[in-house]
Write a protein that binds this ligand. Structure first.
Ligand code: ADP
Ligand code: MG
Length: 439
């Protein structure tokens, strides 16, 4: 096999693309093999494949050719498992024709393909894909939590849809917790006893907005038994909530500990890159090509809620369609003015100030060569934020913090990116600083 150092390729790509694009499209790629003059590259899903083929055909190839000029093309494949499944698909379809189709209340529009991945939701996405690959055995339950409009329902439904696509005989049930509570109360009234039979027959039970179970003691008890029955027979349970299990008020201890048995993951507020990618993708789905200024303006109009972001985009699209006008920046400003607070321009100075004041250190110290952890951690966080919020290149990020070498910035950003995913305390520090920045 001809030589190609994929880690080196990715490092180079990372230097030359925005962070959002790198996280979304390149980071999760793997080199499968080099076949003759073709490099075969594994990507996470068909959407990533399409994106790389159509939107960034040369980005990777250029870098690859710097390393190995013999390579003339790149072929993208989706995960080996998915390739195998595609071959098996006809059998599954035949099965479906015989067995009566199980009814689920999944919404087909929520898929992995139209879910944009960025640093805010990348862990959640990975966990969801693991659940698709190993339903009932890998992360059970999967507990997703995060603020309103950040994609919890979308992701959970995408899991359900994908599991059904892979195996149409699987019974996937999606319910909202309010519905569960109502059904339960109804059943009690009608003296039907528990309603669990329906839910216990599921292979995959998706329960959305678990925070609504707060204060509903009887329903908690009922759900506890349903949960146990499913869990014991290795049926997958996926739960969402706007808070982590320990913050749901009046949740019984035994239910809380059940919720924490598997994997608990939060979805964060999307960064600018991810918001821009979402707008770009949704506009393209609607057949509209937006200029980068327009995309940027809409991406800055809402920072904390993807549903509202979509709302602003839809408003722009509807207006342009009705009037047959092109969405210019002026027009979009006029439309969204007043709806969204005028976007505040964040500068590196804001970020450094906010970071220093959060950690109660002096600006002089953060810019100094000091290496004590109490100074170096805030410095790394400031670099991370400058990179993620302002999209500056690594050499610039380094310079802003008084460093000459861009690899210092790369290491810092990389370290914080990884730690944010794993370390609750750090994640909360970063979020507090972000909130202060945009308040
Ligand atoms: P939640 O359940 O967390 O309140 P939803 O899943 O309902 O949020 O998401 C709100 C809207 O934003 C939905 O229309 C969803 O499709 C969209 N959305 C959220 N996250 C993404 C994403 N990463 N990529 C594309 N669309 C997204
Ligand atoms: Mg929801």
């Amino acid at each position: 096999m001809a030589r190609l150092d994929w880690v080196a390729v990715l490092n180079e790509v990372e230097l030359n693309t925005s962070r959002g694009a790198f996280m979304a499209w390149f980071k999760n790629t793997e080199l499968v093999e080099v076949e003759g003059d073709e490099a075969v590259v594994l990507v996470i899903n068909t959407f990533a494949k399409k994106q790389l083929e159509s939107k960034m055909p040369k980005v990777l190839l250029d870098v690859v050719q710097q390393q190995n000029p013999d390579i003339k093309s790149i072929r993208y494949v989706i995960s080996k498992k998915q390739v195998k499944r595609a071959v098996e698909a006809p059998v599954a379809t035949a099965k479906q024709a015989v067995a009566p189709a199980t009814k689920t209340s999944l919404n087909q529009k929520y898929t992995f393909v139209n879910f944009i991945v960025g640093s805010s939701n990348e862990l959640a996405m990975a966990a969801c894909q693991a659940v698709v690959d190993h339903p009932g055995t890998k992360y059970n339950p999967l507990f997703l939590w995060g603020g309103v409009g950040l994609g919890k329902t979308h992701l959970m439904q995408a899991v359900g849809n994908q599991i059904k696509t892979n195996d149409p005989s699987k019974k996937v049930l999606y319910i909202n917790t309010e519905e569960f509570v109502n059904n339960y109360i109804q059943a009690l009234r009608n003296n039907k006893g528990g309603i669990s039979d329906l839910y216990r027959s599921a292979d995959v039970l998706i329960v959305d907005d678990m925070q609504f179970i707060a204060g509903k003691e009887k329903t908690q008890e009922e759900f506890f038994h349903t949960f146990n029955a499913l869990h014991q027979s290795n049926k997958q349970i996926i739960i969402s909530s706007d808070t982590p299990p320990k913050a749901i008020p009046t949740l019984t201890e035994r239910l809380r500990s059940r919720f924490e048995m598997g994997m608990t993951i939060d979805i964060q507020m999307p960064d600018f890159e991810t918001r821009s990618a979402i707008i770009t993708s949704k506009a393209q789905d609607a057949g509209l090509n937006l200029g980068s200024e327009v995309i940027e303006y809409i991406a800055l109009s809402v920072r904390t809620n993807i549903r509202e972001l979509e709302g602003n985009l839809n408003q722009v699209m509807a207006y342009c369609e009705m009037r047959g006008e092109q969405p210019t920046l002026e027009l979009v400003k006029g439309l969204l003015e007043g709806k969204s607070r005028s976007p505040r321009r964040i500068t590196t100075k804001h970020i450094i100030d906010a970071t220093c004041s959060h950690f109660q250190i002096d600006e002089e110290e953060i810019l100094s060569p000091k290496r004590d952890k109490s100074i170096s951690l805030p410095r790394q966080i400031a670099m991370y934020l400058i990179r993620s919020e302002l999209k500056l290149s690594y050499p610039k990020v380094a310079r802003e913090l008084g460093r000459k070498d861009h690899t210092t910035a790369m290491h810092s950003v990389d370290k914080i990116t990884k730690s944010v995913a794993l370390d609750q305390q750090l994640r909360s520090d970063v979020n507090t600083i972000k909130e202060a920045l945009y308040a």
